[in-house]
Each structure stands twice: as C-alpha cells, then as structure tokens.
Design a protein around this ligand. Sequence first.
Ligand SMILES: [Fe+2]
Ligand SMILES: [Fe+2]
Length: 342
Amino acid sequence: MTTASTVTEYLENVVPLWEVLKGLIPKEPAKLVQPYRWNGKEIIARLRQVAKEIQVGENVERRVLVPVNPGLKVVGLYAATHTIYVGFQIVLPGEVAGAHRHTPFAARFMIEGKGSTVVDGMKVDFEESDYVVTPRWSWHDHTNEGSMPAIWLDVLDIPIPRMLHATFFEDYPQEIQPVTLASSLNVRPKVAPSVWQKGETPAFIFKGREVIQVLKEMSKQGTDDPFDGIALTYVNPHTGGDVSSTLGTSISLLKPGMKTRAHRHTMSVVNYVVRGRGFAIIDGRPFPWDQHDILVVPPWTWHEYSNEGNEEAILLAITDAPMLQRLGLYREEVHPESFQAR
Ligand SMILES: [Fe+2]
Ligand SMILES: [Fe+2]
C-alpha cells in the first residue's frame, strides 16, 4: 500500500505537499523572533572597554557590538529581528572606519560625541541624536575629528538582501575617499547634484535637535497617536516616502504617565531608547526599559508602552513596514481589550 511516507521514497529532493503544508503556510506568522530587551548602558560600557583593549586593524575592521535576537541565533542570523540589524559602534578621536560600499541599506543614529561620514564624496557631520541615511551601494567612510569618542547606533537591513541572496560588498581602493562636496547642509536640499542620483536616493541627515523640538511642540498640542504616543516619521526628502524601500524610521515621545493602547502588526520593530525610562508589555511579558536600551517587538505580537517615570521618554523606532507595504503584506490589529478601562 502506498502511504505518504513512501510516495517519494525513490524520488530525490521531492516531498509530498500534504506532509509539509502546515509548515509552509501556517495560520499565523512563525514565532522565530523573540521579544527582547538589551541593556544599552551595559553594552556601551563594554564598548568603551573594548576600545581600550582592541585596536582597529586587519582583524578588527571596526568595533561594533551587535544585539542578536536569541530566536535568530539558531539560524545563524546576527540581527535584532529577521529584517533589522542594529549595532553599537565606537570610533575614537582620530580614527577612520575605512571606505566601502554594500547593497544593504544603512543609517546611523548618533548616541554620543561627534562624527563625520563621507557618502559618495559628500561629507556629513553628525552629532548627538542626528540620523544620517546612507543609501545602498554608496561609498561611505567614517571619521572622528573631535576630541571625544563617537558612539552611534548602526541600522541596516542586512537580513533582507541576505534572504534575497543579493548581498554585495566592496572595499574602496583607498582608506578614505576624497571629499568633493563639503557641508552637511548640502545633503538636505531636494535638488541634489545629479552625481548623487544613483541607487535608491542620495544621502540625507535629520538633525536630532530639530526633530526633538518638533516632538516637544506636538506634545503641547496633544496630537497623540494611540499606539505610539506623540510620533514623527522620518521622511526621505527626495521621495517623500520612507527612508528606504525596506526600513522605515520614526521617533516618538511619551509624556510622563502616558500609556499606549495594545495592538499588533506584521512589521517588526526595533526601539532604541533615546532618553527616559518606561515599561513595555510584549506578548504578555513585562519589559522595563531605560536610556540606551534596545527593545524588540516581533511581528504579529501584541505590545503596548508606558512611561512610568517623571520625565518625558523618547524612543526611536526602526521598522520593516515599507517592505511589507510594498509587498502587500502589511496587516495590523487593535487588541480587543485595548479600548477598555482607560
Ligand atoms: Fe558600511
Ligand atoms: Fe506598534
């Protein structure tokens, strides 16, 4: 008698669909990515130590500590979620992170100090809370011309090109590229030099001081989002859309005592706590968070945030919403009890 297990006995690399269908198309997304919080202060303290102990050279191209989701270790993916990579990087005064380019999209959020990045010949200076966007396949190198260490959060979509088998990397022939266009102001105008119009979009910068000022103004007006507090989305000045075709970025302010409503969505979220402290409930589990922490909300997982401190809290949020929306896979749902007892 022919049974399911004997059907493909003599056929190599063929499976009967009925044996694997539930795994191929489950009723809901697989729960590989775990909710998680990394203690950012601990990581930064370790990074400072690493900067004293390890010289940048042939074996260590740059000093970066990478939060790895415990659910992704098993598949060998060193990233916070299945789509979003973040890393804490330190560059000491006078150091250079050599020029290269890659197909993963990249952005940097400055945590402390001052740094410069040169993107396709354009020099961009950035300081605390600034967000610099480096498009795919753009030459970039970083320098610290200041007197203090520069510590920033790298944001990349490494897992996405990897999943699509479209990852490429190339070193620049020299350690640093010549600066042909100076001043970070030049990156913001919508009319960028045509030499920049390759790949996704030219590089651009969001000044943290200005963004946080807008958030504070908004908080006085009471323009709250029920799920994200007082929130701003970073908009690509060249397209009017998200910062990249795959990842989006927003920043939100939670006033003291503010509590968001619970919902879930197919996008995953990586939060970086710019300032303040609070509490999140993700998949029913409590996650207290503090300044510099990294928090992960996996896809299709109930979550809510609250600010239980006396000061305002500011959270940066990196999501994969742009990619999901482009693919027609974005979906969200409000928790049935989230509008009760408020
Ligand atoms: Fe890079
Ligand atoms: Fe959310």
